[in-house]
Design a protein around this ligand. Structure first.
Ligand SMILES: Cc1cc2nc3c(=O)[nH]c(=O)nc-3n(C[C@H](O)[C@H](O)[C@H](O)COP(=O)(O)OP(=O)(O)OC[C@H]3O[C@@H](n4cnc5c(N)ncnc54)[C@H](O)[C@@H]3O)c2cc1C
Length: 395
């Protein structure tokens, strides 16, 4: 177990080497230095966090998310979760944009691409010089991913893509797009890598969102976009659903890590505030009613963290229960993060309702965790299916 965020948490059970722990300490320092002074303005303006990502590139944070064979640092497979946790502790918007490129967009190629495709695209993402995005959602197909209206039709040794994608993180900023489209009958999906400068690919306006406002979200339009058949992930058509499921099994654990990070940040703000705020002649942290709220926050964060890293280990080992655990981790951690952010705001009283304190932003940011990469209702459907499937195994 990692337990990296509370200074008091012992690291005796950390799976990381001394060097990896030093890397995390550096990550924490960079995040604090670069994100905290900038986050309120990025939230206000919705500006893209260019400068922060540049700093992340300089200290090899992008490379830390990838294997050595593909331009990465080849760190422990749980290190990406710890890095995302640290980023989300300070800003979920920055962490979402970073994760959408290094995790979500990279995974279809990492898990389903040919060796040549991995060598072609992953080092670019690992250097951070190219940013990635993954596009599956459409205006008429959100949870119902098999119902995609975007089509890819084979013409000679090329595919022609047409359609509209909705709510795409990093759209317009990214250089490399993993786009899912229907190939043939309903339910037959395929995934294509499309470069930003491909003719026919264009983007909608920046969405004006409740939270994670510095993480750009746009529509994506495909009009007669022609890509070589070599850009079909895995080179075999109709394997897109498999690629998507393999992607989500892993990426949902990363979302759980983001939730744990955001919640820990909110918890830290709540402890700091209640230690200095005085009412009735004493610091409010000494009211036992408030200690109970803080106790619930801490216990839930640690429970979610354990579930998240367990799911991460199962995903890293392609375990048969990886997909159920990633659904459980994302579901639990995202609900927990919303609750913890709400409690942190409550503990600030009226000040929590103002932009003067970061808990207001954390509260708004937290909501997305239960929506993107599968809503919590869909995740509970999946967990329910697992329960029914395995019910007969209970003695
Ligand atoms: C900020 C942001 C960033 C995003 N980034 C990306 C991205 O990078 N790439 C990408 O492809 N997509 C992205 N998405 C899309 C996101 O994954 C979808 O919004 C999400 O999957 C839900 O789809 P929907 O919005 O169409 O809601 P719907 O599917 O229409 O759902 C509406 C409601 O109905 C519920 N519901 C639907 N079906 C069922 C069912 N069978 N059982 C129970 N409840 C059900 C849902 O849980 C939800 O509460 C992003 C979304 C946002 C808001």
């Amino acid at each position: 177990m990692v337990g990296i965020l509370t200074k008091t948490t012992p690291d005796w059970d950390s799976p990381f080497t001394q060097e990896e722990r030093e890397f995390l300490a550096l990550t924490r320092k960079i995040c604090r230095q670069e994100i905290i002074p900038a986050r309120a303005e990025l939230d206000e303006t919705g500006a893209f966090p260019d400068r922060i990502l540049k700093k992340f590139r300089e200290v090899d944070l992008f490379a830390a998310m990838f294997e050595a064979d593909y331009g990465g640092l080849g760190l422990h497979p749980l290190m990406p979760l710890a890095i995302l946790e640290l980023m989300a502790h300070d800003c979920l918007g920055v962490a979402t944009t970073f994760g959408a490129s290094t995790v979500l967009a990279a995974l279809p190629v990492k898990t389903g691409g040919t060796e040549a495709q991995k060598q072609k695209y992953l080092p670019r993402l690992a250097s951070g010089e190219s940013l990635g995005a993954l596009a599956v959602t459409e205006p008429g197909a959100g949870s119902d991913v098999l119902n995609l209206a975007t089509t890819a039709v084979k013409r000679g040794d090329q595919y022609v893509l047409n359609g509209v994608k909705q709510w795409i993180t990093n759209a317009g900023q990214a250089d490399i797009y993993c786009i899912f489209a229907a190939t043939g009958q309903k339910g037959n999906l395929s995934c294509f890598v499309v470069e930003k400068d491909t003719p026919g690919l264009s983007f909608g306006k920046l969405e004006n969102k409740l939270g994670i406002r510095c993480s750009p979200t746009r529509q994506l339009f495909l009009e007669e976009v022609v890509v070589p058949a070599d850009n079909l992930v895995g080179l075999k058509p109709n394997r897109g659903l498999l690629h998507l499921l393999q992607t989500l099994n892993r990426s949902r654990v990363s979302v759980a890590a983001l939730a744990v990070g955001l919640a820990t940040g909110a918890y830290h703000e709540a402890v700091k505030y209640t230690r200095q705020r005085e009412q009735f002649g004493q610091k409010i942290i000494h009211f036992q009613a408030l200690q109970h709220i803080l106790a619930d926050m801490l216990v839930k964060i640690e429970a979610a963290r354990h579930l998240t890293y367990r799911a991460g280990l199962l995903a890293a080992n392609d375990h048969a229960q990886a997909s159920t655990y990633s659904a459980m981790a994302k579901y639990y951690a995202s609900e927990m993060a919303m609750q913890v952010a709400t409690d942190a705001l409550q503990l600030h009283g009226g000040y929590g309702f103002s932009k003067e304190y970061p808990v207001e932003k954390m509260f708004r940011d937290a909501k997305i965790l239960a929506i993107y990469e599968g809503t919590n209702q869909m995740l509970k459907n999946q967990i329910g299916d697992y329960i029914v499937r395995t019910a007969t195994q209970i003695e």
